[in-house]
Design a protein around this ligand. Sequence first.
Ligand code: HEM
Length: 532
Amino acid sequence: MTVNASFVSPTADAKVAHMITQFDTAGLLSTLVNGFTFWKAALALLVGAVLYDQFMYIYQKGSIVGPAMKMPFIGPFLESVNPDFRKYHAKWTSGSLSCVSVFHKFVVIASTRDMARKIFNSPSFVKPCVVDAAYKLLRPENWVFLDGKAHVDYRKGLNGLFTRQALEQYLPGQEEIYNEYYKRFVELSQVTHKGQHIPFMQEFRLLITAISCRTFVGHYCSEEAVKKIADDYYLITAALELVNFPIILPFTKSWYGKKCADMVLDEFSKCAAKAKVRMAAGGKKECILDFWVAHMIESDNYRKAVEKGENPEKPAMVIRWFSDLEISMTIFTFLFASQDATSSAATWLFQIMADRPEFLEKVRQENIEARNGDIHAEISLDALEKLPWTRAVVKETLRYRPPVIMVPYLAKKDFPVTPEYTVPKGSMVIPTTYLALHDAEAYPNPDSFEPERWITGDADQQTKNWLVFGTGPHYCLGQTYAQANLMLMIGKASMMLDWDHKVTDLSEEIKVFATIFPMDDCLLTFKKRTAA
Ligand code: HEM
């Protein structure tokens, strides 16, 4: 046994002490003490961060389906720059709950009908997240980000803008826009492109912006402003991809999107100011803005009369006075919510009708009959909604190609979504609508377009599967309007236009650009319809 050898303390052992000195001159300790440079520290930090990121992912993933490891930090960010519907579909079918992690964000996807419904209907655990960039574009104080009672109360004040009586008043303005744009479609096809098929997806987006602007802000927005909004709106969509770079850097998609959003907010604020003047002077209500401002004035008059000690008749709902910017932010949410979803539905509707002329003919006949043979006659909301084939093709298009396939929510606290799995607080939770709408039990032959299921079948009874407009406290505020508008759109087109679709291998492939579109952007050509 050597001197000082003991089993008590190795450092008290002269031999061990010597070994440590040897080790130190060649290695770690001296490195730490003598050569601990900035770069080595940075490297150590990076390795630590990668390990932490990986550990957190595996820990949060728990028992649900997802990649075994995560690409350090970014995860599948590069894939999300170019989203692929097939990959999304594969993910949904991989399990009722699956996950990915992108940058710092852990994302849980709920794909089956019941799991999706559970997320939509759990407002005490989740709130809408939209996408990160949406807070920056729509402004964090926007009503759509309100939660709980504050959200319910604000939303109640907006219901009056979407009543049947209100929707009826928006129809003439919409008819005008369709007349104008359908002429433009013909000119574009016949004059500019000499009858050649061209991609129409972008044209539908412009049409929908014009329809939205007329419905929401009437004639308060100049034609140039509508055109600018229509031309630039895609910048907002591009900035709102599901996952985007976390900060707004100059000349990136988010930066251009924010500039465009600020321009739209500014335009709508000006419209709100003009509506306040016109409604105060007793102007006729023609658009959503008019209905809202008239309601504010009515409420204000009521309050003033009560203050004076009078006994005025109380409006059905008394609302407060809203600033021009508040109104503008809210109208912007309507544009935002409507634009991509309705453009998607419109594109598929025109494509599907061209590919299935037997249904288009039924739509045409019933629309002409409802107008007593005068294709230019206006139609009431009631009459429009009673057209069975027009309603059925719209419903079936929305089921067959649901525009909104995913609705991002945020877990406000740990969410025990199943007995086995708890979604961690702060995660994004995304219910999907597609599988519920392609469920063979609810909709036999789900991948086939069969509008009859809405006439002679029981599709209308499958309310649990009908997730096109979401469900729960945030279900789509514009759903009645959106469907009536699509019926008006296809009904008028069927009477005024003939159109042909050039079918390519990509026509039925799905491109994801916020919502979904045919991969070939829908190659169409339009002619004015002369025969009745
Ligand atoms: C085919 C067209 C449309 C589709 C497929 C669609 C679908 C949806 C979906 C899936 C949601 C989320 C629901 C949820 O979280 O439960 C939503 C929310 C919303 N939609 Fe639509 N939408 C359409 C058109 C419109 C239009 C035209 C408007 C406005 C005029 C509109 C206004 C809104 C608003 C304001 C919300 C948020 C409601 C809230 O948070 O309380 N949507 N929509």
